[in-house]
Design a protein around this ligand. Structure first.
Ligand SMILES: C[S@@+](CC[C@H](N)C(=O)[O-])C[C@H]1O[C@@H](n2cnc3c(N)ncnc32)[C@H](O)[C@@H]1O
Ligand SMILES: *[C@@H]1O[C@H](CO)[C@@H](O)[C@H](O)[C@H]1NC(C)=O
Length: 300
């Protein structure tokens, strides 16, 4: 077997074992509320293990050639998604950007290497700790600062202080999307840009509604929603690129990987406690009900 294959098989076996372990844990812990907070979501053992084992703690989709089947190497496709974000921002080296919801900091690190100066914020404590560690490891402390920051409340940051603001799969979690956009508008210099790489919904089924509530994504996902929200906040030159086909390889992989565990969880009636597995499998099985989009707009 090629090394990558073997490594993946090991990770798959490890992943399944971890899911069983977390099953025991979650049965014992029984913390599953009907509307978990963002921190509940990312702090669950399932999220921590899944993101670590499959995505190396970079918590966003890869970007692939249309029609590609294999999702490997995943990290390369994730860098391609970061490059896409960088191209969409279209900023000069030295520009200052806000990474709103930076996770473990890998997108910020990519942008810093491209010459941007990054202020990274997040609300999940272990992501912040991880981001600080990763920035230090890459010797980018002079290019990236990492702080606690909720994008609903960025009062500590001065008006007109950024050339660009981006969200990589984080704006979906917003409780009050209009408020977040007003904050971003205030923080940008005139001519400053926002770029969001996010999901939205084409057909909202009952099941998806349920999954979105459990993944704390209940307020942003409506087709056409982003355009209206963004224009209402005063932004101009809205553009949208549909990248759905270009993220399919990874989601197909999630769907296949999670299929058997998901059937088992359903049999036991505990699928709600494995929200990432459920979302992965259901998204793949109902492909086309959602989109993966890159939206960009400019402060007038
Ligand atoms: C799917 S992860 C993406 C992380 C990172 N952008 C990446 O691509 O690896 C979503 C992140 O958004 C953060 N987040 C959610 N709501 C937030 C908020 N209100 N303010 C700041 N960050 C938030 C979460 O803590 C999490 O780290
Ligand atoms: C908006 O788009 C128009 C037409 O493409 C362009 O002329 C203008 O410079 C853009 N405005 C900003 C602020 O980017």
């Amino acid at each position: 077997m090629e090394p990558e294959r073997r490594w993946l098989r090991l990770r798959y076996i490890a992943g399944v074992m971890v899911m069983f372990a977390s099953l025991l844990f979650s049965l014992a812990a029984s913390k599953s509320g009907d509307s978990p907070t963002v921190q509940d979501l990312y702090e669950s053992l399932e999220s921590r293990m899944g993101y670590w084992l499959i995505l190396g703690n970079t918590r966003h989709c890869g970007l692939y050639r249309k029609g590609q089947i294999s999702p490997f190497p995943i990290a390369k496709a994730q860098r391609a998604m970061e490059e896409k974000m960088y191209m969409r921002l279209n900023l000069k080296p030295g520009s200052k950007v806000l990474d709103a919801g930076a996770g473990s900091g890998f997108v910020a690190i990519y942008m810093a290497r491209k010459g941007l100066s990054v202020q990274a914020v997040d609300i999940t404590p272990h992501h912040l700790a991880d981001a600080k560690k990763n920035v230090k490891k890459h010797h980018l402390e002079d290019k990236i600062t990492v702080d606690y920051g909720d994008y609903h409340d960025l009062d500590a940051l001065p008006d007109a202080s950024f050339d660009g603001i981006y969200t990589m799969e984080t704006f979906v979690h917003a409780d009050d999307p209009a408020k977040v956009l007003n904050n971003f508008y205030r923080l940008l210099k005139p001519g400053g840009v926002i770029v969001f790489h996010e999901a939205d919904v084409v057909r909202l089924s009952e099941k998806f509604h349920h999954i979105m509530r459990l993944s704390h994504c209940q307020n942003t996902l409506k087709q056409g929603g982003y355009e209206k929200l963004i224009k209402d906040a005063g932004f101009i030159n809205f553009t949208l690129e549909d990248l759905t086909e270009e993220v399919l390889p990874l989601w197909r992989f999630f769907g296949i990987l999670g299929y058997l565990p998901y059937q088992l969880f359903k049999l036991l009636g505990i699928q709600d406690r494995f929200i990432n597995v459920m979302a992965g499998v259901e998204s793949w099985m109902n492909w086309g009900d959602g989109r993966y989009i890159s939206v960009r707009a400019v402060k007038a």
